[in-house]
Design a protein around this ligand. Sequence first.
Ligand code: GDL
Length: 462
Amino acid sequence: MGANPFICGVVEGFYGRPWSAAQRGQLFAWMQSWGMNTYLYAPKDDLKHRLLWRELYTESDAAELKTLIRNCRGKGLNFIYAVAPGLDLSCSSRKDIARLRRKASQLLRLGCTHFAITFDDIQPVLSKADSRMFNSLADAQSVVANDFLKHLRDQAPDATLLFCPTHYCERMSGPVRHSDYLKQLGKLLDSSIGIFWTGPEIVSETIPAESIRELQRVLRRKPLLWDNLHANDYDLRRIYLGPYAGRPLELRNEVAGILSNPNCEFEANYIPLRTLAMFAQADGDWDEQQAYQTALKGWLLQWKTHHGRPVSLSELEMLCDCFHLPFKHGPRAESFLEDFQFLVRTLPKSGVAAARWEGTCSEILNLFDKITALKDRGLLYAVYRHIEELKQETVLLQKYLQWLSTGPTPDRIFTSAEHRPGIYRGGLVADLQRLLPMDEEGRFRHHAPPNTQTENDDSRAI
Ligand code: GDL
């Protein structure tokens, strides 16, 4: 990774089913054509990356990895292999250190020269044995990482190493200038080792450049952003088709690079990654909305159908507005919500809001019909359940408004033949969610205070 070019690319670093060889092939082609340069292999559920990190890859797995590395490098991209030993690594065990080296040697033989060692999502404590040998968690992890780098360099002089800390965002570390853990990493880790950071939060809505300047001083280097903006492994009902957003352009001067850890559904990542590439290359001005529009046009080309009815740009935009970003709906989704709230209050009058509401409903229903004929079946399966769910809710709301406009008395109950009570939106998780209702801001309120309970309620506890 030579003379410090800005690192820009993708970390396959989520929980869940790792991407297939074909999906990674498509990813490399996208990345090459968009001018990205780095792919980090870190799928949490590749057993030999994390849970069974001590084990070597079998001959056939190794052959697949070798091909992957060759294909990645063949596209001019850096391939980085990450090992995540933190769940049960004993830093003081010579055997474990030897196993780490053995793992690195296998990957070196497969043609890999860039590595990462990751200690995210583990308990931030030293084991008893380790605390006899090391002063702190940072001390133990730094010794392991420095030894790992030395072992790599002994075999491949141009080898590089990246490091993911156990506290990888401000929510975990607290104010960075007061974090002993981060300060020690800064001091003890070999100065050539890049350190990952996800921003103020695990999933950061915004990442101010200033927050990184302070971190740089603590880490004594520019951190490398592991950006979880589009990651959806923590709530698989969500999917994020919106643009790279909430990061100012000057952030690029403060970090060594940005790797996006995006949606588990590979095919859903066109816009997130395309716009990240545009962000990394933007000259002077950066307009998220403009980048979004450009990426939408590019993505539309992948939405070819078998019948003669192509998906339109407006339908695709509506879809991406509906499944946008963790903290924000797209503009059309916002109007869709507002129009419904308005119509519920004003029916049976019609007007601009009613026309716009109906227009969006039709687009959603049409889109659903069209996507089943998509040529790219991978793309279809990536978005299918989300569009299906959107369609179901749309039909339900449409019917509800129709019913309201007939002027039912308040004691009447609305039903829909397709949305059967107890089945539709049913299941244990839905029941559990109802136990702890969320307010409009997504927060959970205190339950009714105990003194509002009746005596009868109390008797139930006996
Ligand atoms: C994390 C995990 C990552 C996961 C992401 C989103 C890091 C460094 N680690 O904490 O594997 O995909 O959150 O859930 O981000």
